[in-house]
Design a protein around this ligand. Structure first.
Ligand SMILES: Nc1nc2c(c(=O)[nH]1)N(C=O)[C@@H](CNc1ccc(C(=O)N[C@@H](CCC(=O)O)C(=O)O)cc1)CN2
Ligand SMILES: Nc1nc2c(ncn2[C@@H]2O[C@H](COP(=O)(O)OP(=O)(O)OP(=O)(O)O)[C@@H](O)[C@H]2O)c(=O)[nH]1
Ligand SMILES: [Mg+2]
Length: 432
């Protein structure tokens, strides 16, 4: 891959937008820009400045759009190279023509993530930060956005580097003891350092689940007997009347999905048909679907009407099930401390139910750390090596320590093989 040639891409999403952005980066970017620009010469613009003018087709002199042009000069740009942005009107008709004239003047359409790849290669971002850029672009909920921004700002990278440095210091110390046994090098306290580093790695790993949830979201299924109050509870959680509710058992025939963001996690809540034995073939199809949805959900709310005799529970994945007793505003027919009482009518208990959902989804860890699958793998490897080192005498733990440090370095990308880097950027969209 050529690392300096001028590349260009539409950076805004396809479709109509008030404004569209085309980026151009690399050697000769300013010269190319000058050839397709009518207005103040971009080559005379300082870095960080913009000007209003027209993008033109240099072959015909035809104006393509009225636009703003921004100049960033190497190394002070996103990529670290000379970089020009054209901020045009946001139609595909405009953006496509801008791309055409840039390519005609010698720029190459960028590959996926190539701008950020260059930023990485030029030391503007480390690999954890580049992955944070991707996560920020893809963030669907508040939690994912917060996690990604913190990682982009280097929070994870700093934590990892601190651990790496402690291991490297320890290694140097061991080496000194081995090389100069007579010279009064201070004795090691390897075990304590190792335990502290291991605890920090484990603390990070404890956040992996929350990070995956924030990015991928979760499915929440409501299941229970007909008339239990599932659809009412769905509506209460959503805050609007999404599902039909009626006193007639069997109101919900097919399942129904609704997006719901709780604690910054993008959830899909699924209301289902009431589960019961039935002769009606259509209703039976609904019941079968309901059970399948419960099986596949990340979390199940088993909904039971507390004002009626308690029914026999359907087969549910109990490890992922929260029990809810609805209609808590009515006189209870039974009590069971395993069930959370709620009333969709008055809202009583909804707050506690949401808290229980939060704990079931996130655990007790707050979940402010972004961890990609790749990073989790590296942390697991580091953890294994640290445990191995702990089991060895101090003069023999050097190799395991070195490997643990190397595993940590994978997170920030200092020791990462080219294919791994390529794979990270494969996940990007064009223009990022
Ligand atoms: N129009 C536009 N908006 C955007 C971006 C962009 O590239 N263009 N960004 C793209 O992701 C994000 C902002 N992030 C950016 C990060 C660094 C630099 C940059 O030029 N950094 C230089 C110079 C800093 C300075 O002028 O003070 C540097 O780090 O040296 C630009 C954008 C989101 N919004
Ligand atoms: N008093 C009271 N009535 C409720 C409450 N929740 C639901 N109901 C009533 O219970 C009846 C059934 O509610 P739905 O939400 O339709 O029950 P469902 O579980 O979706 O029923 P199916 O779709 O038939 O499986 C309706 O008449 C609701 O008004 C509640 O918290 N308090
Ligand atoms: Mg219903």
């Amino acid at each position: 891959m050529n690392l300096k040639d001028p590349i260009c891409a539409i950076a805004t999403p396809p479709g109509k937008g008030a404004i569209g952005v085309v980026r151009l980066s690399g050697e000769g970017a300013l010269e190319i820009a000058a050839r397709v620009w009518r207005g103040k010469d971009p080559r005379r613009l300082k870095g960080g400045r913009f000007t209003l003018g027209e993008v033109v087709d240099p072959k015909t002199g035809e104006a393509i759009d009225q636009a703003l042009l921004l100049v960033f000069r190497a190394p002070r740009s996103y990529t670290g190279e000379d970089l020009v942005e054209f901020q045009t009107h946001g139609s595909l008709a405009v953006l496509r023509r801008v791309m055409e004239v840039l390519v005609a003047e010698g720029a190459r359409p960028a590959g996926r993530g190539e701008f950020t790849f260059r930023a990485y290669m030029n030391g503007k971002l480390d690999l954890a930060q580049a992955e944070a850029v991707l996560a920020l672009v893809e963030a669907e909920g508040e939690l994912a956005r917060r996690q990604a921004l913190r990682a982009l700002e280097g929070a994870l990278s700093r934590r990892i580097e601190a651990l790496e440095n402690r291991l490297l210091d320890l290694l140097a110390h061991i080496q000194a003891l081995l090389d100069y046994p007579e010279e009064g090098v201070e004795p090691l306290e390897a075990e304590r350092t190792l335990r502290e580093v291991l605890a920090e790695v484990e603390a990070l790993l404890a956040q992996a689940k929350a990070s995956r949830l924030a990015q991928k979201g979760a499915r929440l299924a409501l299941i229970g007997a007909p008339n239990a109050g599932k659809s009412s509870l769905l509506n209460a959680l959503l805050g609007y009347e999404r599902a039909l509710v009626s006193p007639i058992p069997g109101t919900t025939r097919d399942y129904l999905e609704a997006p719901l963001e709780l604690f910054g996690i993008p959830l899909v809540a699924v209301d289902t048909a009431g589960v019961r034995e039935t002769e009606d073939p259509v209703e039976r199809m609904g019941v079968e679907r309901a059970l399948r949805i419960a099986e596949e959900a990340d979390l199940v709310l088993y909904v039971v009407d507390r004002s009626q005799p308690k029914p026999a529970p359907p087969p549910l994945p109990w490890a992922r099930t929260l029990k809810v007793a609805t209609k808590s505003d009515l006189p209870p027919a039974w009590e069971d401390p395993e069930f959370l009482p709620v009333s969709s009518l008055t809202g009583e208990g909804l707050g506690r139910l949401k808290e229980a959902l939060r704990e079931a989804l996130l655990g007790r860890e707050g979940g402010e750390v972004l961890l990609t699958e790749r990073q989790v793998e590296a942390l697991l490897r580091a953890k294994e090596r640290l445990e191995e080192a702990l089991a060895l005498p101090e003069d023999l733990m050097g190799l395991a320590l070195e490997e643990a440090a190397r595993a940590l370095a994978l997170l920030t990308g200092k020791e990462v093989a080219e294919e791994v880097v390529a794979r990270v950027f494969q996940n990007f969209c064009v223009g990022k």
